[in-house]
Design a protein around this ligand. Structure first.
Ligand SMILES: [Zn+2]
Length: 592
């Protein structure tokens, strides 16, 4: 009886477990992070540890556990070794044997330089928490202390996490979600601090190139101010842009008060390439509202163990992509002509992807896990990116709302209402709730719009929606057109490799396959660079012989060339726009 009372008292007053992670990198050239997890006040006989299989913002199971080695579990004083076993690919179980203070140590191989993986070498350490830290099921809401131990005193630490006052390189995360939503850049990177709307911002830039940091900061400020104006303020205390400069790279990953960007080191002087960088900045920054806080219901609570399916990434990613074109325009970075030029390129990409006639937009979002991130040489025939089509459906919605309300309402009002209704409280929205918000702003029933353009494969009627703004999509046939064959070819090691064969094209009908090596047209060798010129020596409906190596077997096909296809599309003004069309257009894009 007495014993039982003591047990009860002990249980009631028992302190909650506390969690401290350590990240060391004593030998950066080994590419191994040395990670420790110290758990105090543990009171169960078993301890479960799980490694996330994916990271929010990048919808692919990446199996981060595959990089873990040298797992050890001991008592904190290291006197007692604890038995452990693996339960599944990402699940470790430790027998704690009444030990209350436990130390878990392991190493993580980090040699993949992308925004969603880890990279450690003698110039820096970069990590994403999802690819580095275990979570303890049931303790996801427990506050976390994190200590970084750089290999030498010249390496600095940059992260969006708050530093613990008066401690060196110690940080605080209010829960596991926050820990893994805060990538770290550790090294001798350049740090640029600036203020926007009274809040501190930083760029942490690793790598060199032709970047002009002052210009980047000026333009980034404009982007931040423009987006803050749309959403009425900035919902964070501080914000960090981590930027990696490397050879031929492009990517970004959004977080609540930071983002990671990777970009080609020498793409900052060319205006179009620099604009593309600023679009990337505008995109990742816009995400701090749209998807980091305004989240589809399936992503309200992250399940780090498996895929999290949602049909709404077309809004989270596609609408964000629409705004990454609009925001630089509003910020004065480029003008309306440039905006329409960029839009024309996006429409060209869309209309030259046959998969738009196969995969509905909502399905593209749902299947991101097995399709968008796992492309193969048939992808363009059977899928459409929810970024690309989502962006163009967002365009149509913006135009529809603006035309109906003479620019007094727009997609901006949708964003603000989604922010007020779901984002501020971080309550997940359902596809139905999203549609209701858009319908309430548009003040019309949009069921058939959603049926046709989100849940089906109906062609997007660009001209119908552009017409009230005095614009239209114009197909452009360059050089009087090239007879249609339907292949994309790339030179690889002096071989001309067919990378894509368009479904239903003359090439596909005869059986030419992706990965075939293109050799000759009518018996004469042809290269990638010459292909279009050589095809132009022939007429549509003419039969030509195409010779390839198919798995090293020589094959010759007789192919009937088709009619030339538009080489691209442009968005152009109608010849004689009415005053109303002109007014609508300037209400949307400003003076043009
Ligand atoms: Zn995005």
């Amino acid at each position: 009886m007495i014993k039982s009372t003591i047990t009860e008292t002990k249980t009631l007053n028992y302190p909650l477990p506390s969690l401290t992670y350590f990240v060391k990198m004593p030998h950066p050239t080994s590419h191994l992070f040395e990670v420790g997890l110290q758990i105090e006040h543990w009171s169960n006989s078993l301890l479960n540890l799980k490694m996330p299989v994916w990271t929010p913002g990048s919808y692919l199971v990446r199996e981060y556990a595959r990089h873990i080695q040298d797992f050890k579990a001991v008592s904190k004083d290291k006197q007692k070794k604890l038995l452990s076993q693996k339960i599944s690919k990402n699940h470790w179980q430790v027998e704690t044997k009444e030990v209350e203070n436990i130390l878990i140590t392991y190493r993580v191989y980090a040699n993949e330089l992308t925004v969603r993986t880890n990279h450690l070498d003698n110039t820096h350490g970069y990590f994403n928490g999802a690819a580095l830290f275990y979570f303890i099921p049931g303790l996801e809401a427990t506050p976390i202390t994190l200590e970084i131990v750089p290999p030498n005193s010249t390496w600095k630490v940059s992260t969006g996490l708050p530093a613990i006052p008066e401690k060196v390189n110690q940080f605080y995360a209010k829960d596991f979600d926050t820990l893994i939503d805060s990538p770290f850049e550790i090294g001798s990177h350049a740090i640029y601090s600036f203020e926007v709307l009274g809040k501190p911002h930083q760029y942490a830039i690793w790598g060199t190139g032709n970047i002009q940091p002052n210009q980047v900061i000026e333009d980034t400020k404009k982007i931040i101010e423009t987006e803050a104006k749309l959403f009425n303020g900035l919902p964070y205390d501080n914000y960090l842009f981590i930027l990696h400069l490397t050879q031929n790279s492009f990517g970004g990953l959004e977080h609540k008060n930071s983002c990671s960007l990777i970009y080609s080191r020498f793409h900052f002087k060319d205006t179009d390439k620099y604009n593309r960088f600023l679009q990337l900045v505008a995109h990742e920054f816009f995400h701090l509202w749209n998807i980091k806080r305004i989240r589809p219901q399936a992503l309200e609570t992250f399940d780090y163990d498996q895929e999290n399916y949602t049909p709404s990434l077309w809004f989270s990613e596609g609408t964000t992509s629409y705004y990454d074109m609009v925001i630089p325009l509003r910020a004065g970075i480029y003008d309306a002509h440039k905006f329409l030029e960029i839009l024309g390129k996006e429409i060209t990409r869309f209309l030259s992807t046959p998969g738009r006639k196969v995969q509905p937009l909502s399905e593209s979002s749902f299947d991101a896990w097995i399709k968008l991130y796992r492309r193969d040489n048939n992808s363009d025939n059977c899928q459409i990116s929810y970024y690309l089509k989502g962006e163009l459906v967002s365009l149509l919605l913006d135009l529809l709302i603006r035309a109906k309300h003479q620019n007094q309402r727009s997609l901006d009002n949708v964003m603000v209402q989604m922010w007020e209704q779901f984002g501020k409280s971080e309550t997940g929205f359902t596809p139905h709730q999203l549609q209701r918000v858009i319908e309430s702003v548009a003040d019309m029933d949009l069921q058939s719009f959603f049926n046709l353009y989100v849940d089906s494969i109906e062609e997007l009627p660009f001209n119908k929606y552009l017409n009230p703004f005095g614009l239209q999509v114009k197909p452009i046939m360059e050089d009087d057109g090239v007879p249609y064959l339907g292949i994309k070819v790339q030179s690889e090691n002096n071989k001309e490799i067919i990378k894509f064969v368009e479904k239903g094209s003359p090439a596909s009908l005869e059986g030419i396959d992706p990965e075939d090596e293109l050799l000759a047209i009518n018996g004469i060798r042809v290269t990638t660079d010459e292909l279009n010129q050589r095809l132009k020596d022939h007429q549509p409906n003419e039969i030509v012989s195409i010779t390839v190596f198919h798995q090293d077997e020589l094959r010759t096909f007789s192919v009937t060339l088709g009619k030339p296809q538009p080489s691209r599309y442009e968005v152009v003004k109608l010849e004689n726009p009415s005053p109303l069309q002109q007014e609508n257009l300037s209400g949307w894009l400003g003076n043009i």
